[in-house]
Ligand binder design. Structure first.
Ligand code: B12
Ligand code: SF4
Length: 533
């Protein structure tokens, strides 16, 4: 049973000491093993982890990373155990999104008996501290830079964690909660990310490199924090509210710092072919954009991608950023149903604004990617068809159709539970392969069908794509044959063909081995009628 304990520990840092870079005391050492339980195996570095590693190293801690990205599914837990036993960390620090919580829980449970301090941070524990504190020693809520350094110093000095700002600490089943420290006011003061803690897979084999084709080294960078919008399905509004009165929510790094960061990346990796910005919005002040463009073209000059909110796109801004090297912009369309967008999602973007946001970049040779969601609460086929209609108008270069998942801490999470559509014990490890909502007339088969057809036809030019879409969405047997049974048969056949090839290859290897052995051990038998070769 966990409960709030009122504690005030006099020698703990105050919440306004946002980042304290005081080194570990002389002679003290502490080893932090960060954990990235990347169950989706997305190949791009998690910048939170990279920044926390940099903070820890800056105060003199030893840091290593357990990253499951390159590890075969099903073997990640054994690999984790092996690394913990080999590295013997003092602290395990897990960075967790909601879909990664079940695996994290398993790791936490195993490592509990080893006497290692276990802390968790990232979006999931931040939004579900009450559900996660029982499984670990401490949670860091929200921004973690200041807290990780305080925690490392406390562990190095053998002091309790209870009382460190923006933490929940589990003291033998009782929870000590502290206020969040203020938001980091000046992002330029955050140490440069320690990208090198991640393996090459995240840079040379980045998923962006996969999309871009021909690109080799991709840098991921955070240029700002704090989206000012309040979409009901996104964790942003909850985080913004939780920091109310604790500093400006929207903060931007200076163009000088951004360029410094990218130059450091290029120095560390020897090259830089593409830059992937993780910021939710980018195109804010025009003067900042112009200044960024001038510096960036001079010092970095690599193509890049950004994410953007439709309302922030204007011709003036697109012209500047395209000139700086913008290659593609990913924009949230989410739904073509204006009523649903406005009343359910709190995205009050007018259709003409949406259309302009998607068409303007193309005018400047910038590719456009659309984020959309299917299976929203209350969404029926008519509503999904409105997304189809708008997709046909905007014709983005590419699009992705995820299936709505209620994230803990969001308004839609609470609403879907109240509406009896969602049982919170139902989780998903990705948001593409099915719905967790129970809705009349909308099931997984239907959603997957629309998702497949949208994927295939929504941004394919020409009338044939429209005919094919409506044909397959209405004629169920044709859809099944073309998109379900047909591909399943093909997959099976490919599997048997691969097995057959392996068998043949193995057979030949075995024959070759036997021949070689016979040649060395009993060469005479090769030339007699009893020869086995
Ligand atoms: C860029 C991004 C992506 C990219 C890159 C992901 C990656 N590997 O980093 C892509 C597009 C691939 C992606 C995918 C997904 N994403 Co995403 N993504 C983001 C985004 C916009 C920025 C993340 C980022 O780099 N932030 C900057 C760093 C510095 O901040 P940070 O990671 O939060 O870390 C800080 C703190 O959280 C804390 N912290 C973090 N870890 C730890 C660990 C410890 C020990 C401590 C002490 C502190 C701590 O300290 C850090 C420094 O302050 C966020 C929104 C946001 N603004 O955070 C969503 C967000 C993280 N994504 C989200 C989701 C849901 C996903 C997906 C599951 C969606 C899907 N398609 O299925 C996948 C999961 C894949 C994965 N492994 O991450 C949600 C997570 C919500 C939740 N409750 O889990 C967010 C919050 C957006 C939202 N919708 O609300 N994402
Ligand atoms: S615009 Fe994007 S990041 Fe901002 S609240 Fe909406 S979904 Fe979240």
């Amino acid at each position: 049973m966990t409960q709030l304990v009122q504690l005030s520990l006099p020698d703990q840092p105050k919440p306004d000491a946002v980042m304290d870079f005081t080194p570990l005391p002389d002679g003290a050492s502490v080893k932090l093993m960060l954990v990235y339980p990347n169950v989706q195996r997305v190949r791009t570095p998690q910048l939170g982890v990279a920044v926390l590693s940099a903070c820890a190293k800056q105060i003199g801690a030893d840091v290593c990373l357990f990253d499951i990205t390159g590890i075969k599914r099903g073997t990640e837990f054994d690999a984790f155990k092996a690394m913990v036993e080999r590295e013997k960390p003092d602290i395990l620090g897990y960075s967790v999104r909601s879909n990664e919580w079940p695996l994290t829980q398993k790791m936490l449970a195993w490592a509990q008996s080893l006497g290692i301090t276990q802390i968790i941070g990232g979006p999931h524990p931040t939004h579900a501290p009450d559900e996660t504190i029982g499984d670990c020693d401490a949670i860091v809520l929200g921004e973690g830079e200041g807290a990780i350094m305080d925690i490392l110093r406390a562990v190095a000095k053998n002091k309790p964690l209870a009382g460190i700002p923006n933490t929940w600490v589990n003291v033998d089943g009782e929870v000590v909660k502290t206020d969040k420290r203020n938001l980091i006011h000046n992002l330029d003061e955050v140490p440069l990310p320690d990208w090198k803690i991640f393996g090459d897979i995240h840079f040379r084999d980045s998923y962006i490199a996969g999309i871009m084709g021909g690109v080799n080294m991709v840098a991921a960078i955070e240029g700002s924090r704090g989206c000012p919008f309040t979409c009901t399905y996104c964790s942003n509004h909850a985080l913004m509210d939780s920091y109310s009165g604790q500093g400006r929510w929207r903060r931007e790094k200076s163009p000088e710092r951004i360029v410094e960061e990218l130059a450091a990346f290029r120095e560390a990796f020897g090259s830089l072919d593409f830059v992937y910005w993780v910021d939710e919005i980018w195109l804010t002040g025009v003067e900042r954009l112009k200044h960024f463009r001038d510096l960036y073209k001079k010092e970095i000059a690599a193509p890049f991608s950004i994410m953007e909110r439709p309302e922030c796109i204007s011709e003036e801004k697109i012209e500047i950023i395209a000139d700086a090297g913008l290659h593609y912009v990913a924009i949230g369309l989410e739904s073509g149903d204006e009523d649903l967008r406005t009343s359910l999602l709190d995205r009050r973007t007018k259709v003409n604004v949406l259309i302009e946001a998607f068409t303007l970049p193309k005018k400047y040779n910038v590719k456009v990617h659309a984020f959309t969601m299917l299976g929203l609460p209350g969404q029926d086929v008519t509503s999904m068809l409105k997304t189809w209609d708008i997709m046909r108008k905007i014709m983005p270069t590419s699009a992705q159709f995820s299936i709505f998942y209620p994230l803990k801490g969001t308004k839609l999470y609470d609403q879907t539970i109240q509406m009896g559509m969602y049982d919170p014990s139902d989780t998903a490890d990705n948001y593409y392969s099915g719905t967790v909502l129970t809705q009349d007339g909308i099931d997984n088969a239907l959603l997957q069908r629309y998702q497949t057809l949208f994927d295939r036809y929504a941004n394919k030019p020409g009338g044939l794509a429209v005919v094919a879409f409506h044909f397959y969405r209405t004629i169920t047997p044709a859809y099944k044959l073309r998109f379900v049974t047909g591909p399943a048969i093909m997959t099976r056949m490919r599997y048997y063909k691969a097995r057959w090839n392996t068998l043949r290859a193995k057979g030949m290897v075995a024959v070759a081995k036997r021949l070689a052995r016979a040649l060395i051990e009993t060469p005479q038998t090769l030339f007699t009628s009893r020869g086995t070769a």
